[in-house]
Design a protein around this ligand. Structure first.
Ligand code: CA
Length: 209
């Protein structure tokens, strides 16, 4: 009898308690999400770097763009939660152009916990062959994700918004949009694209924010 209690009944009770706790956790708004952001257009009409000087003398800029979805320190000054260069996601590199149509999506898996403001941080450099790259602009692209879809397939984009440039805002402009969807707990720890594949194979489950 004792072995039945210890080997079967007790583990079963523990499992039930854990599942009940997990359900309560979801009901309270602590669940798993995928955030997607699309970096749409970069405008730098005057071909300037962050201090107002021109990127290049004879040619247009050579913009190299990086992005990072910051949910840990969204309203902190740069670099916020970016700790290493590798944290940045490479968005694209272009030569001899001031304005760029990007349409590049980057996503992030949120493993439980609550969050409010999100900051898509975007950094743009002018690449030079013989000298160090010059900073064109650092952008804060804030949003509060108030709509969450049950699955990636049901997720819809927000309206297009304009990021805030912090060095040369009268010259530079960047547009973006966002969307948010629920993820299964098993997506936690995966890269965003892996999580997306996993979620698309599962039946949608209602998320609560
Ligand atoms: Ca250049």
């Amino acid at each position: 009898m004792a072995s039945f209690i210890y080997c079967i009944l007790f583990p079963a009770l523990v499992t039930l308690l854990v599942l009940a706790w997990a359900d309560q956790d979801r009901e309270q708004g602590h669940t798993f999400y995928g955030i997607e952001t699309e970096i749409i257009d970069l405008f730098n009409n005057q071909g300037q770097i962050s201090n107002g000087k021109f990127c290049d003398v004879m040619t247009k800029c050579d913009p190299v763009i990086y992005g990072f979805i910051d949910i840990e320190k969204p309203i902190s000054p740069w670099p916020g939660a970016i700790r290493r260069l590798e944290d940045h996601e490479y968005i694209g590199g272009h030569t001899n152009t001031d304005n760029v149509r990007l349409n590049k999506i980057i996503g992030k898996v949120i493993c439980g916990g609550a969050f409010n403001t999100v900051n898509l941080r975007v950094e743009v450099y002018d690449h030079d062959i013989f000298t160090q790259s010059d900073l064109i602009e650092q952008f804060n692209c804030f949003f509060v994700p108030h709509i969450v879809a049950d699955s990636p397939l049901l997720s819809t984009w927000s309206e297009t918004r304009v990021c805030k440039g912090i060095h040369n805002p009268n010259n530079t402009r960047l547009t973006y949009r966002w969307r948010l969807h629920a993820l299964p707990a098993s997506a936690c720890g995966l890269r965003y694209n892996e999580a997306l594949t996993l979620a698309s194979q599962q039946k949608p489950k209602r998320a609560v924010v």
